[in-house]
Design a protein around this ligand. Structure first.
Ligand code: SF4
Length: 366
């Protein structure tokens, strides 16, 4: 099956459209600019104004081209265009995972003994309305000066138990090649850092960022694993497939971390199409996160029981490795949210349930 290629809009030269720096310089930041791609609804227009001081509104032209121009319920539009519903979430918190309290130095989050999330950057190519780190992304106070990056690197050097470093943000691939190469080189020079992971949404939102030069740079710093963030089958384009192909040919295993979002991907058919499309692209669906109790996101949240049933409905109906683990992130780490297939013990047998609800008693003496 061929994925659609996202064409340059009339009047934009192809070479500019496929240049990630051009895309970054021409990002959409106002209702007037958005109107070149879609007909903004009254709700969207009002929300862009009302939320301007709370969370940045920025979209790449590439990602805006995936939007349905006439449907405000479009799953691409809903991820990145503000809605007035963001103002109506009394339960939402700024930092539901208590990341600030888990930071030994600025922008390093440590929940587990052997690994950290290193928020190297406060910038993204666009800003997702449900972003877990909306308290910091796009906020100048959270930008990392080179001196602060050095302090964090010093902390990693002085902490030999850290073997796995996730570079996240924001988005580390928004860095220039030179800056990223410097940072990867510093990490690679630390003997106890075995694994470097990149958490990036750019293969989805700005796939032309994955250049040959970037891939050559990554090849020199292996092992590097990439986790990206597709949420909907509409994001599976020929452009994204090309970016993934380059990364995998450069030796980076690529996984996907989606978020379960109400009205976007919280139905079996959409999630199945997303996961099977990812596998065809050679991306392993890794985690699907329960949306956090995060300020301004009540309209995205799904009851956990419904999420469990959704992933139960995929089990046995598609390749096992196409099904991500549905998880709830907590201040104590990730908790798998799965149907209880293990039903308990009956004497010398363990009782289990198959994907289609049949009961099996497995002899298993204690
Ligand atoms: S790309 Fe990731 S870090 Fe950036 S706004 Fe979206 S969810 Fe947040």
């Amino acid at each position: 099956m061929e994925w659609p290629r996202v064409a340059a809009p009339p009047g934009v030269a192809e070479r500019n459209w496929r240049d990630w720096t051009w895309q970054m310089q021409h990002r959409i930041t106002s209702a007037a600019a958005l109107a070149a791609f879609v007909a903004p609804s009254d709700d969207e227009r009002s929300a862009i104004d009302a939320l301007a001081g709370r969370f940045r509104f920025v979209i790449t032209p590439y990602y805006a081209s995936l939007m349905d121009p006439n449907d405000p319920a479009c799953p691409i539009r809903r991820q990145v265009v503000p809605r007035l519903a963001e103002l109506d979430d009394p339960a939402g918190l700024a930092d539901p995972l208590d990341e600030v309290a888990h930071s030994p130095v600025k922008n390093v989050v440590r929940v587990y003994g052997d690994r950290i999330a290193f928020c190297v950057n406060n910038e993204c190519a666009l800003y997702c309305r449900y972003c877990l780190r909306k308290r910091m992304v796009g906020e100048p106070a959270w930008a990392m000066k080179k001196r602060e990056l050095q302090i964090a690197l010093d902390w990693i050097r002085a902490t030999p138990s850290i073997r796995d470093v996730l570079l996240t943000g924001g988005d580390p691939l928004v860095f220039s090649d030179d800056k990223l190469d410097w940072l990867l080189g510093e990490l690679r020079a630390i003997p106890h850092v075995e694994l470097i992971r990149l958490g990036t949404r750019l293969p989805v939102t700005l796939p032309c960022r994955v250049t040959e030069a970037l891939c050559r740079l990554l090849e020199r710093r292996h092992p590097i694993w990439v986790n990206t963030h597709f949420n909907h089958p509409k994001e599976l384009t020929a452009d994204a497939a090309e970016a993934i192909d380059k990364l995998t040919r450069a030796g980076c295993p690529v996984g996907n971390q989606s978020v379960l979002l109400r009205g976007i991907n919280d139905d079996v058919a959409t999630m199945k199409a997303l996961c099977e499309g990812l596998v065809r692209m050679r991306v392993r669906p890794y985690y699907c996160y329960q949306a956090q109790l995060l300020e301004g996101t009540a309209h995205f949240r799904v009851p956990i029981e419904r999420g469990v049933e959704l992933f139960r409905a995929l089990r046995g109906r598609t390749s096992g490795f196409a099904i991500p683990l549905y998880v709830l992130d907590t201040p104590y780490g990730k908790v798998p949210l799965t149907h209880a297939y293990l039903r308990g013990r009956e004497g010398d047998s363990v009782v289990v349930e198959s994907y289609d609800g049949r009961i099996w008693r497995e002899p298993n003496p204690l």
